[in-house]
Design a protein around this ligand. Structure first.
Ligand SMILES: Cc1ncc(COP(=O)(O)O)c(C=O)c1O
Length: 398
C-alpha cells in the first residue's frame, strides 16, 4: 500500500549503509529512536580509537592535535547539520545543560515571566518552575488541548513585554508535535524575550535550522535522533544570546588559552558559543558524536528528513487503515519523525510493547497513553510494514 506517491521511503545507498553501519538491526525493527538509537559501527569505532589512544603511555605526544581534529570535526559537522557557523556551537553533556544557560544566565527580575507548555518533558519544565520559585518569576505554560496537542496561538498569547524567555520542545517527546518556532520567535523577540528549544527529538531526524527559525538556544543531547553516544550533545547559541548572556558555568574552558599561558589571569572569552564550555567534556563521546554527525551529513539532513517523513506518513496510513487514531498532527511540517498511536483504553500497552519486542522483534515505546513509533535513517518501508502487520496480529489477541 503506497497511497502517497510524493513521499520517498528510501534513499540511494541506504541498503549498503544499513549493512555497514547497523548490522545489529538487520533482523529486527528498531522504531524507537525517540528513546535511544543503537550506535552505528563508525560511532563505536571512533570511540574505541580514542579509548585505545588513551590506553597508551604516549598520550602526551600528539594529544593536542588529536583534540583539535576531533573537536573541529565536531563543530563543523554540527554546523553543517544545523546550517549555522561552527562558532555558534557549544558542546554540552545533555539537553538540560544547554537549557541551563538561559536558566542561570538571564538576569531574572521579580515580575518577569517564562513561557513554556504543559506537554514538555521534565527537562524543559521543572527548571522553569524552579526559577519561578527562586526569583519570583511568573511561570506560564500553554495547556494541553482536547487533541492532546498545544496551540501555537495560545503560546503566543502568553508572551508579553515581561517575558524573558520562551522555552519549548521543537518536537514533543509524547505526541510528536512540531511547533512553528519561527512564528513564536518573531513575537518573542518583538517583546524582547529570547527563545530556547529543546531539540533532542528533532536534531538529526528532521531539519532543524536555528538561523532560519531565528531562535536563540537549540539544545540537543546526542543519544536519540542524533545517533551519538550518551553524555554528549550540541547547543546552538545565537549571536543575540551571546550578547545578552554571560556563561553561567565558569572554568578554564570559557577562555581563550590557545597560547597555554595558564598563569594569565586576564584572558578573554572564546569568540563564539564555545565560551559556554567551562572545562573538559567527555572526549570519547565527542569522538562518537563526530562520527554520528558525519554519518547523518553523508546522507544529508534534507534526505534523512524526507525519508523519515515518508516512513511516518506510511505508518499513519497503515494505522488509519486499521481503524486506529494518532494524537500526532498528520501534516509533515507539524510533526517530527515520531507518532503516538492510540489504542482501545482497555488494551494493556506494556504487554503489547513486550510482545512486539519478544515475538516480532519490533521495538516501540509505551508513552503518554499510546504506542510511540519513531523512525531514523536505518529504517525501511519493510520495517513499517512489519510493524503494522505485527501490531495487527497482537491487537487481535491482546
Ligand atoms: C524532549 C526531551 N527532552 C529532554 C530529554 C532528556 O534530557 P537530557 O538530555 O537533559 O537528559 C528527553 C529524553 O527522553 C526528551 O524526550
Amino acid at each position: 500500500m503506497k497511497k502517497n506517491l510524493d513521499v520517498m521511503f528510501m534513499f540511494d545507498g541506504q541498503d549498503e549503509l544499513r549493512k555497514k553501519e547497523f548490522p545489529q538491526l538487520m533482523n529486527r525493527v528498531w522504531l524507537s529512536s525517540a528513546a535511544f538509537t543503537p550506535h552505528a559501527k563508525s560511532v563505536v569505532e571512533a570511540m574505541n580509537q580514542f579509548i585505545d589512544y588513551f590506553h597508551n603511555p604516549t598520550i602526551g605526544k600528539d594529544v593536542q592535535e588529536l583534540f583539535e581534529s576531533v573537536n573541529n570535526g565536531t563543530y563543523d559537522g554540527a554546523a553543517k547539520l544545523l546550517k549555522c557557523n561552527p562558532e555558534d556551537i557549544s558542546l554540552i553533556i545533555n539537553t538540560a545543560h544547554g537549557l541551563n544557560f538561559p536558566l542561570h544566565g538571564l538576569d531574572w527580575e521579580k515580575g518577569d515571566n517564562v513561557v513554556t507548555s504543559e506537554l514538555e518533558f521534565p527537562t524543559n519544565y521543572l527548571p522553569w518552575k524552579y526559577i519561578s520559585k527562586r526569583k519570583n518569576v511568573e511561570f506560564r505554560a500553554a495547556k494541553i488541548n482536547e487533541k492532546l496537542q498545544i496551540s501555537e496561538d495560545e503560546i503566543i498569547s502568553l508572551i508579553d513585554e515581561k517575558t524573558k524567555l520562551v522555552s519549548l520542545s521543537l518536537v514533543q517527546f509524547n505526541n510528536g508535535q512540531r511547533v512553528d518556532a519561527k512564528k513564536i520567535a518573531k513575537v518573542a523577540h518583538e517583546n524582547g524575550a529570547l527563545v530556547a528549544l529543546d531539540a533532542i527529538q528533532a536534531c538529526g531526524g528532521v531539519e532543524v535550522y536555528p538561523k532560519e527559525m531565528d531562535v536563540d538556544f537549540v539544545s540537543a543531547g546526542g543519544a536519540k535522533t542524533l545517533m551519538a553516544p550518551l553524555g554528549i550533545g550540541v547547543c546552538y547559541i545565537s549571536p543575540r544570546a551571546l550578547e545578552t548572556i554571560e556563561p553561567p558555568l565558569q572554568g578554564t574552558g570559557n577562555y581563550d588559552f590557545k597560547d597555554q599561558n595558564w598563569m594569565d589571569r586576564n584572558k578573554s572569552y572564546h569568540k563564539g558559543a564555545k565560551r559556554f564550555e567551562n572545562g573538559t567534556v567527555p572526549f570519547y563521546c565527542v569522538a562518537g558524536l563526530k562520527a554520528a554527525l558525519e554519518l547523518i551529513n553523508s546522507v544529508g539532513i534534507e534526505t534523512v528528513a524526507k525519508h523519515n517523513h515518508g516512513l511516518i506518513q506510511q505508518l499513519i496510513e497503515g494505522i488509519v487503515d486499521q481503524g486506529l487514531t494518532t494524537i500526532t498532527p498528520h501534516e509533515p511540517e507539524r510533526r517530527g519523525a515520531l507518532i503516538n498511536v492510540r489504542l482501545d483504553e482497555k488494551k494493556d500497552l506494556k504487554k503489547i510493547v513486550e510482545i512486539l519486542e519478544e515475538k516480532y522483534k519490533v521495538t516501540v515505546t509505551n508513552r503518554f497513553g499510546g504506542l510511540r513509533f519513531s523512525a531514523q535513517l536505518y529504517n525501511t518501508e519493510n520495517d513499517i510494514q512489519t510493524a503494522l502487520s505485527s501490531l495487527k496480529e497482537v491487537l487481535a489477541k491482546v
